[in-house]
Design a protein around this ligand. Sequence first.
Ligand SMILES: NC(=O)c1ccc[n+]([C@@H]2O[C@H](COP(=O)([O-])OP(=O)(O)OC[C@H]3O[C@@H](n4cnc5c(N)ncnc54)[C@H](OP(=O)(O)O)[C@@H]3O)[C@@H](O)[C@H]2O)c1
Length: 323
Amino acid sequence: MVAPVAASGVKGGNVSTQTVKLNNGVEIPQIALGVYKAPNDGSTEQACKWAFDAGYRHIDSAARYMNEEAVGRALKEWTQANNVPRSDIFITSKLWDADHDKAEDAIADSLKKLDVEYMDMYLIHSPGTMGPDTRLKAWRALEAAVDAGKIKTIGVSNFDVEELDHLLANCRIKPAVNQIESHPFFANEELREASIARGIHIQAYSPMAQGAALDRPEIKAIAQKHGKTPAQILLRWGLQLGNIILPKSLTKHRIEANAQIFDFELDNDDMDVMNSLDEGMKMGKLGPAGTSQPASPGGTRPGSRRSSGSGGLSGGKLAMSSA
Ligand SMILES: NC(=O)c1ccc[n+]([C@@H]2O[C@H](COP(=O)([O-])OP(=O)(O)OC[C@H]3O[C@@H](n4cnc5c(N)ncnc54)[C@H](OP(=O)(O)O)[C@@H]3O)[C@@H](O)[C@H]2O)c1
């Protein structure tokens, strides 16, 4: 059974207004523009501005993507030009693995590059390779940054259940999200449910499976039935499960189309078909930022370190797991 983390009711909302409430009470926009593999230049700035124009209010970046400056420039220019307060936009960055032992400096660096006084969300990008003690030290630095008003919400990414439980047993501030890969071809259901059961919201990365399976006949048929594109069908699936979804695009018409998923609803039959497509097709192989090359042997590759059970997905009527 695929567990939704929020009640249905997303039909009729829109990308600007659709939010979910995190365990610290913060309302986070349910759709973000992802900017992985987006260069630190005008193309990413432009993509962020197109996204803001299209109604997105949430950008998912990371120190590792090496594009925080471009995101920051877009944020500043667009909010000033449109007379929109900074507080209307939700900005996420992430602590890279190599910086677990210097998280305070890394946070200061991200704030500087984004040119903001605070980040809305900051995540430990992956458990990394420095071990649980150093990881916990990093978490303490994130907690201190919350106390200092430099970060509003903290969370993790690519954490398995053991890593979540270690953190939960030792933290002062509970992680609000676990950002993990999730799409119909790799729903990552066991980890999804375990995170939800611990009150930790799911942020789903690669929600379109990086565009690798848009020609699947089952998805095309559902797309045709609703007069939508396969990408919109994949995104709508994640939205209906309650995931915070992070579609990445640098292409104007795709950025716009990826937000047009509030005017239809997948029915139980559609969900049953999509839930039957989980074949463990894990896409996560992050390479150096701005490239499509594999990561260096010394570095952890978020999302590719382990295979989590894909779980047997069935049933179109989705039961709420405890949250
Ligand atoms: N925490 C982590 O370890 C982690 C790992 C991976 C990703 N992420 C986050 O999640 C975000 C999304 O994941 P992702 O970038 O791996 O994959 P994704 O969003 O599933 O797919 C992005 C790819 O799909 C293409 N695309 C976008 N919209 C499309 C459409 N409507 N039709 C056809 N193709 C479309 C994009 O190309 P164009 O840009 O050319 O349009 C890009 O090649 C990332 O940007 C990042 O913010 C986090």
